[in-house]
Ligand binder design. Structure first.
Ligand code: FE2
Ligand code: FE2
Length: 292
């Protein structure tokens, strides 16, 4: 009988950092959050504004980010690159990213493993990649191009499956494993997205975790959305549920053992309902959970 190897204990893992998403223009909230976090994650599109015929980064928010970067590292998380579109990605996003990278020190950057446009038409939603060899070739070539363009670590995030999958050559975890093995890119493991896939499509999270090459995971996301017509939606409007934190804790100790940071995500539209104090308390709780 083979000996059963013990899983790494909590004490064996290096301390994990805590991060938070921030879209600028709320310095009072930022001051409260900075007491608890080691990283701030920003999305270029959400700090952009229209200037004549072009879209540019807000000078006001850039000034804020420069100040924040004196205290904690900035990480960048884009939403509109559309790395999986068959007819090309979104150059507008890359121009914003170029500008942000020039003006603010960025520790690493990331995007979503999906697509938001087809034949040049915006879908108004992000859809998951088909898990075929052809799709893998496409996203690997673009990932390598991004890595060369910026020269800092690039991560891709597992997104929710809004509609059922087409049949593909890979499982969910198998596709991520092939992508990271071929390109050397990292992963964001979004725990709440996995819970949405579990609820909406029957994803087996334990089997996913058992198959995933966790060494590639640099960052985890925790968040909470709402139920709508029986669907669990990743709208990032609430405080995390205990189960989400439990799954993240298990992942960083048993699967994603090289992960550096857990990021709590919420939309600015959720701030009035949650309140600054509750967000500060949430971050303190997460910090105690993951670093305690
Ligand atoms: Fe994301
Ligand atoms: Fe996420």
């Amino acid at each position: 009988m083979c000996p059963v190897l013990p899983l790494p204990s909590a004490a064996a893992r290096p301390a994990i950092s805590l991060g938070v998403s921030y879209e600028g223009r709320d310095p009072a909230l930022m001051a409260q959050m900075l007491a608890h976090v080691d990283y701030v994650e920003v999305t270029p599109e959400t700090i952009a504004e229209v200037d004549g015929d072009t879209i540019v980064l807000s000078r006001e928010v850039l000034a804020e980010l420069k100040e924040i970067s004196q205290q904690v590292p900035i990480i960048v998380h884009g939403v509109s690159l559309s790395i999986g579109s068959h007819d090309g990605w979104a150059p507008t996003y890359l121009h914003l990213l170029d500008d942000l990278m020039e003006q603010v020190d960025v520790a690493w950057h990331s995007e979503h493993l999906g697509y938001t446009k087809v034949d040049g038409q915006h879908l108004g939603i992000m859809l998951a990649m088909p898990r075929t060899e052809q799709a893998l070739d496409l996203v690997c070539a673009r990932t390598e191009a991004i890595q060369q363009r910026y020269g800092i670590p690039f991560l891709l995030e597992n997104i929710v499956h809004v509609i059922p999958d087409c049949p593909g050559a890979y499982s969910d975890a198998g596709f991520l494993n092939a992508l990271t093995a071929r390109t050397g890119c990292g992963l964001i493991l979004d725990i709440y997205n996995l819970e949405c896939d579990e609820h909406n499509h029957g994803l087996n999270i334990a089997a996913f975790m058992a198959e995933l090459n966790g060494e590639a995971v640099r960052e985890l996301h925790v968040a909470c959305g709402v139920m709508h017509n029986g669907f669990m939606l990743d709208v990032h409007s609430r405080l995390t549920r205990p189960r989400t934190a439990d799954l993240a804790y298990d992942a960083i100790h048993n699967v994603a053992t090289s992960a550096q940071v857990v990021v709590y995500e919420f939309m600015p539209e959720a701030v009035p309902g949650l309140g600054h104090a509750a967000i500060g308390h949430e971050l303190a709780q997460l910090r105690a959970r993951f670093q305690g």
